[in-house]
Design a protein around this ligand. Structure first.
Ligand SMILES: [Zn+2]
Length: 334
């Protein structure tokens, strides 16, 4: 059990106290973006889960193949302190960020990834999730998402670029696929944008957005931490990997049997039936950075995934800042 201290790192920031878009298992949602997302570069820090001095192994699907790999604990998600320009060009900024520096030296730490956050209007739906609730209700929540979701939204934005674009377009999300924690769901455009159906609805939606939107979305992307906490986390990660590799070395044998022995040993320890060894010989080298929301199917080397042209910096600047300019940017005619 973690021990708390009365120091800044343990203080929960009130900045983070806002409602987030979260779907329950099998749930659907209907939302509309009235602004462009902001983004920040963040590191997702993970380290092997150690129980009784032994690393915990788990089965993972990677590239359609089932492998056995280290189970990882979430350590933290600090904002990268690298320079935006350098990160956009080089993917890491070892000069300005200690985590980037470590990411360059070792694969125990992943390079930063863009994480996005945007205020969205979520419509109240009927119990079956198919139609808008009566009476009409809506809430303004923060939708935090990864590069993968950004790419899906980018695809929709391209498809609708001559029909008003993504902003103001109803999106249907879901149903949310298991496990719920991954928040994995399909995204498609609605056939109509409910908030544009009549003036009353438009007013309720725009006012809900105006009065409840979160201004500082950076905190929704990652955690602003002091350098020393980042360094503490890096030390913790190194120690865990040393422990994981140390325990493995004690088991002895070649790389292939090592894994099998470990699995059997762990299974005995946990009093479950032995796990079939589906691990390839070099499984320990297969640790690669994955986003926390990535489903097992998405867990593949990042290099194999083509990404569309990113839309950098300018995204932030021209977001509508007040009610009138917001309305002006939206195609209210439908
Ligand atoms: Zn960094």
């Amino acid at each position: 059990m973690p021990v708390a201290d009365f120091t800044p790192e343990f203080k929960r920031s009130a900045d983070n106290d806002f409602d987030k878009l979260k779907l329950k298992l099998n749930e659907k949602a209907r939302v509309v973006l009235l602004e462009k997302p902001t983004y920040a570069w963040v590191h997702t820090l993970r380290a092997p889960k150690i129980v009784n001095g032994q690393p915990v192994m788990e089965k993972k699907k990677r590239g359609g193949e089932e492998i056995t790999d280290y189970a990882l604990d979430f350590i933290g998600r600090p904002l990268c302190t690298g320079d935006d320009g350098i990160l956009a060009d080089d993917a890491v900024d070892p000069k300005n960020c200690p985590v980037c520096k470590r990411a360059k030296e070792s694969d125990e730490v992943a390079p930063p990834e863009r994480r996005f956050a945007v205020n969205v209007i979520r419509y109240g739906l009927q119990r079956d999730g198919s139609t808008i609730s009566d009476p009409f209700t809506c809430t303004c929540v923060v939708w935090g998402f990864t590069e993968g979701v950004y790419n899906k939204l980018y695809g929709i934005a391209q498809e609708y670029k001559n029909r008003g674009g993504l902003i103001g377009l109803d999106l249907i999300l879901g149903p949310c696929q298991p496990p719920e924690a991954f928040q994995k769901f399909d995204i498609m455009a609605g056939s109509e944008s409910v908030w544009k159906l009549d003036e009353k609805l438009t007013e309720v939606v725009v006012k809900t957005y105006q009065n409840n939107k979160v201004e500082n979305l950076e905190v929704a992307c990652g955690r602003k931490t002091e350098l020393r906490w980042m360094k503490d986390d890096l030390a913790k990660i190194s120690a865990r990997w040393r422990q994981a590799h140390g325990a493995e070395a004690e088991t002895g044998g070649s790389a292939g049997t090592e894994q099998a022995d470990l699995n059997t040993g762990l299974s005995e320890l946990l009093n479950t039936k032995p796990v079939t060894n589906t691990t390839s010989a070099n499984s320990t080298a297969q640790w690669s950075p994955v986003t926390p929301e990535a489903t097992p199917a998405e867990q593949k080397p990042t290099t194999s995934e083509p990404t569309p042209e990113p839309q950098p910096q300018e995204e932030k600047k021209d977001a509508p800042t007040d009610f009138k300019s917001l309305l002006a940017t939206l195609n209210l005619g439908g």
